[in-house]
Design a protein around this ligand. Structure first.
Ligand SMILES: Cc1ncc(C[n+]2csc(CCOP(=O)(O)OP(=O)(O)O)c2C)c(N)n1
Ligand SMILES: [Mg+2]
Length: 325
């Protein structure tokens, strides 16, 4: 979770001195993606979105190659041609990533159909935001998944708890007729649960049951993981709203800035997790700080690797464009 937090912060800092182009970050949702994806086994797949950095890092993607891809370098996972919105790595279980809102729902459902037909026992996970539930692709995917009892898990990351609808000057998310997203799954007979997305334990429990159902041939499950959007992701371009996350805020409330105090105190799952670890005696402030230093060094190395890597040569522009090549 910390690798993701520092990676995304570094990317936002990088855009101050380097034209990174438009991107989205996973800050504030680490406590959903990490525990959920940690439960997958080799051969299981997940299909991600415009917020894919955290998902890939959660399954062990190398931060250096991730940064290189975002910077359009040939050492990136897709030789710099996918960029931030389309990072895919089959070896990490991400065959394709779609930044089209809802675009990965049919892909994940199709993979589940293949797994079922092959009798492979694998599961497919669709990762998507609340905005995707507005799309026609959701309804078609949910319907076929339910009809055929496909081994697909619909993990909806609802980061709109405080921002339902489009607020002025904020990035749009969902505007749905139903206030409860789980209704959109229940109507197809798909079991649906809503969990606190800042509670890794709750995500773990819901995902464990969804995977069990999928592998047992019981069909799809819908999990709505609820979070409050990180203030830095409210503008169209991500901003370090209150600077880099100071982990000491977890054990020293006096360090929490007044701006966005509620988010850091209640809604930041990473800080909440650190607090929980300290309270349970599983970690110390020193230990967490040492881990953070290690992660920061790893992040610096990733940024340097990206910046030092060459751009792909023009001759390779048409390579990998069609599947038969
Ligand atoms: C089909 C489609 N329409 C519009 C967009 C522009 N767009 C990019 S992200 C986004 C918001 C999506 O909201 P949500 O799925 O809740 O994801 P979040 O950004 O909140 O994580 C939109 C509308 C898009 N990428 N694809
Ligand atoms: Mg959203």
């Amino acid at each position: 979770m910390l690798v993701i937090r520092r990676f995304e912060e570094a990317l936002i800092l990088l855009q101050r001195s380097y034209d990174v182009g438009h991107f989205h970050v996973y800050i504030g949702q680490e406590t959903t993606g990490v525990p959920a994806l940690a439960l997958l086994e080799p051969g299981d797949v997940a299909f991600s979105t415009h917020r894919n950095h955290g998902h890939l890092l959660a399954r062990g993607a190398d931060p250096g190659r991730m940064m290189a891809e975002i910077l359009g370098r040939e050492t990136g996972y897709n030789q710099g041609k996918g960029g931030t919105l389309h990072i895919a790595s089959a070896e990490h279980g991400f065959p394709a990533t779609s930044a089209s809102t809802g675009g990965n729902l049919p892909l994940a459902t199709g993979a589940a159909f293949a797994f079922r037909e092959l009798g492979s026992g694998r599961v497919s996970v669709a990762l998507f935001g609340d905005g995707a539930v507005e799309e026609g692709a959701w309804h078609e995917s949910a319907n076929i998944a339910a009809l055929r009892r496909l081994p697909v898990i619909f993990l909806c990351e609802n980061n709109s708890l405080e921002a339902l609808g489009q607020k002025a000057n904020e990035y749009p998310s969902s505007t749905l007729a139903t206030p409860d997203l789980t209704d959109a799954a229940k109507v197809f007979g798909i079991p649906a649960v809503a969990v606190d997305g800042t509670d890794p334990g709750a995500v773990h429990v819901a995902m464990t049951e969804a995977i069990r159902r999928a592998r047992a041939g019981e069909g799809p499950t819908f999990i709505e993981s609820r979070t409050v959007r990180w203030p830095g992701s409210r503008p169209l371009w991500p901003q370090l709203a209150t600077g880099e996350t100071e982990l000491a805020m977890a054990w020293d409330r006096a360090r929490i800035p007044d701006a966005h105090r509620a988010w850091y105190e209640v809604n930041d799952g990473v800080l909440r997790y650190v607090r929980d670890l300290l309270a349970a005696g599983h970690a110390s402030a020193e230990g967490v700080s040492a881990l953070d230093r290690e992660v920061r060094e790893r992040t610096d190395t990733a940024v340097r690797f990206g910046l030092d890597s060459p751009f792909p040569s023009p001759e390779t522009a048409m390579r990998d464009v069609f599947a038969h090549e």
